[in-house]
Design a protein around this ligand. Structure first.
Ligand code: PLP
Length: 419
């Protein structure tokens, strides 16, 4: 676009922004929360169990203490979900983030079986963070004093040249965060080559871990779930089976407040984590596990439910894509992802504009995730990445939200377009 065109479009954006501000919208696109209609899909779980069913399952009373690593039926179901064997999984409480925190806290306090000493006794421990990435992964590291090293995310996963270089040369690098399917926030799906290279890494640290967060493994938007190569099998074949620690949950399948979370890995990994967890709890909520099993019946039941979610949220993502294309394509001020699953859309605007866009959108009643959130320590060096979370608002609200968002992108970016 030439300078005159940009000037005209900026003037139009200013007029539109004034009108939008007067409309007093209140729309929240900050977090990836399921909409109420999605939560309703699992209401059948609320009265699915009888007291008798809970009190005697193969001679066990699920209302009581015990069975720390999960009931057998849940292990059978969720091992299929995580593509591991039933003795390679622990069924935990309701939050996988909680399990991630505990695994890293355990590493700091006690180390892993292949650690020379607890991580906290090292001068520095670092974790690789593909960016843009998930803000709560970064918050866990920051809280625990683990150094974070950002590296670029590509269309096929983390930049593996950078990963290989850092992992092989620096003994302080002890792990990497991975959201292999429909990554938060880009929607990237890891390629087979990425999985192969992760399994084949030759780390300077003996206890290097792949933190494999399967948060969105079934979460397609209407086109069926993508396939990611099996990390545990691939590592086993490469002789590195104790490297991956897999996490997952039904937070965005049933309910984020009352789902089931799991952690998986090799038998040695599971033995280590089970032992650490045995001091933390006398057992998880087995009744919740049981009602999930009864509700889903099997893995096909989980897939069926996810098709219901896709029917609800697919049109919301389509509304975001339509607005971005109609309003911003070809203007040289923004690029964005078109995810096939997951909960987010990632947008890169001109450098130096992201925080100002969030501020202007807020003035017009649209709340966005703070700029910088997708980077370690909340610091995006280019101030250019933004994350949209379209699941919670209605399609109609999203259309209004996108009108505000695109207008703010124009308002803030056009003045910088020609230097
Ligand atoms: N991992 C990723 C990548 C997420 O995006 C989220 C939630 O947005 C979580 C984990 C949280 O999982 P949970 O609810 O099981 O703690």
């Amino acid at each position: 676009m030439d300078v005159q065109e940009t000037t005209d479009l900026l003037a139009a954006a200013r007029d539109r922004f004034d009108i939008l501000k007067r409309a007093n919208a209140t729309i929240d696109m900050t977090r990836g929360k399921p909409a109420p209609e999605q939560l309703d899909l699992s209401n059948g779980m609320l009265n699915i169990l009888t007291a008798e069913e809970c009190a005697d399952v193969d001679g066990q009373d699920y209302r009581n203490y015990g069975i720390g690593h999960g009931i057998p039926a849940a292990k059978a179901l969720f091992s299929g979900f995580m593509e591991v064997a039933p003795d390679e999984i622990i069924i935990g409480g309701n939050s996988s983030l909680n399990l991630m925190y505990d695994v890293l806290a355990g590493a700091l306090l006690f180390g892993f079986p292949d650690s020379p000493r607890p991580w906290s006794q090292e001068e520095q421990v670092s974790i690789l963070c593909p960016v843009p990435g998930y803000d709560r992964h970064f918050a866990v590291c920051e809280q625990l004093g683990i150094n974070m090293i950002p590296l670029p995310m590509t269309d096929t996963g983390p930049d593996m040249d950078a990963v290989e270089e850092l992992v092989s040369s620096r003994p302080d690098v002890r792990g990497i965060w991975c959201v292999p399917k429909y990554s938060n926030p880009t929607g990237v799906v890891y390629s087979d080559e990425t999985v192969d290279r992760l399994a084949a890494l030759k780390p300077a640290a003996k206890d290097f871990k792949i933190l494999w967060d399967n948060a969105y493994t079934l979460h397609h938007l209407g086109g069926g779930a993508a396939k990611v190569k099996d990390i545990l099998k691939t590592c086993r074949a490469a002789g590195t089976e104790n490297r991956p620690i897999l996490f997952g949950s039904t937070s965005k399948i049933t309910w984020p407040g009352a789902g089931v979370a799991v952690v998986a890995g090799s038998k040695a990994t599971i033995a280590d984590l089970s032992k650490k967890m045995s001091f933390q709890t006398i057992g998880p909520d087995k009744i919740n596990q049981l009602r999930h099993v009864k509700f889903f019946q099997d893995l096909a039941g989980m897939h069926d439910l996810m098709n219901g979610h896709a029917d609800i949220i697919g049109p919301k993502f389509a509304a975001v894509e339509k607005a971005l294309t109609e309003r911003l394509a070809g203007k040289g001020i923004a690029t964005w992802t078109t995810p096939q699953g997951g909960y987010f859309v990632s947008i890169d605007v001109l450098p130096g504009c992201a925080a100002e866009i969030v501020r202007r959108a807020d003035e017009a009643g649209l709340k966005l995730t703070p700029a910088g959130s997708t980077w370690p320590y909340g610091k995006d060096p280019d101030d250019s990445n933004l994350r949209l979370a379209p699941t919670m608002p209605s399609v109609e609200e999203i259309s209004r939200a996108m009108e505000i968002f695109c207008t703010c992108v124009e308002l803030v970016c056009f003045p910088r377009l020609h230097g």
